[in-house]
Design a protein around this ligand. Sequence first.
Ligand code: SF4
Length: 351
Amino acid sequence: MQTLTQAQTPRTPTQENRGQENDLSLRVRALDPTLDLEAEITRLKREMNAVILAHYYQDADIQDLADHVGDSLALAQAAAATDADVIVFCGVHFMAETAKILSPNKLVLLPDLDAGCSLADRCPADEYGEWLKQYPGHTVINYINSSAAVKALSDIIVTSSNAAAIVAQLPPETPIVFGPDRHLGRWVEKQTGREMVLWPGFCIVHEQFSARKLAGLRAQYPQASLIAHPECEEAVLDQADFIGSTLALLKYVGTHPEQTQFIVATEVGILHQMRQSRPDAEFLCSPPNSGCDCASCPYMRLNTLEKLYLAMRDRRPEITVDESTRVRALKPVQRMLDMSKGLSQVQQKGD
Ligand code: SF4
């Protein structure tokens, strides 16, 4: 494995859009507090012919209103397949951008444009492009947690659901660059036996789990199964009974009825679906280094029911991607969808 020094100063890919949203907090405060937001969102959805896509890391009230709840791969598949006129993406910026890349003629809305991602923010396209020049002839594989401009520099996009399976499909002699998550990259290396050049990015949520505190929790709950997302540090993954994408973790919980205690090392929002799937089981959060009980993504938390309602009522903020970038980004995203057919299923309400 080759690694680099720490990534450059974080920046946010949504900065250029923020001017149009400086009135968001004012609009939230101006809302009638007696408004039945759930009923209004349902009405608007019908009137706009909209589909609401929600990531597993969203708050429970948003997940409960969504048409599709899933991980990044499942939501990208849902965005590609929908015949709705409007996609309301309850997730973070790169996810909504991916929906726009796949559905350029649809209106794509994100409730709060500041909902970014530390992985995408720490991998700016200009610096990534310069870095790639050191590796001519390499196949560039990028995690979906990256901006449209970084996707446009890629050969194949992957998610944590399909990264190992896609890398394994490449001829063994193919040299590979993998970005922007170094922990996912290291895990894929272990899964596939392939050495890759890794961009040194990380998720601020998954990197904060404390291996030491986790070992203490495991000693306290020796019967509990530790399930972890591959964005976690190696010292956490080394302790895990099962490692997988958010969807794989959810499936693991549902298919292991003999287990009644789980320690979960990923973002806390997934516990809503896990509790619905296994009301008989106890779920413990893997302890973060901070003083908090659970790991919560500050970007995901920016989306609220109020902002979801406002996005639909006012048809903004709209996600846009310039056409030249979109066309270049579409190719590796489409390649991912083609190479991952049958690997993931979106969870639809009522399933
Ligand atoms: S949990 Fe991590 S990877 Fe996911 S959106 Fe938040 S910062 Fe990005």
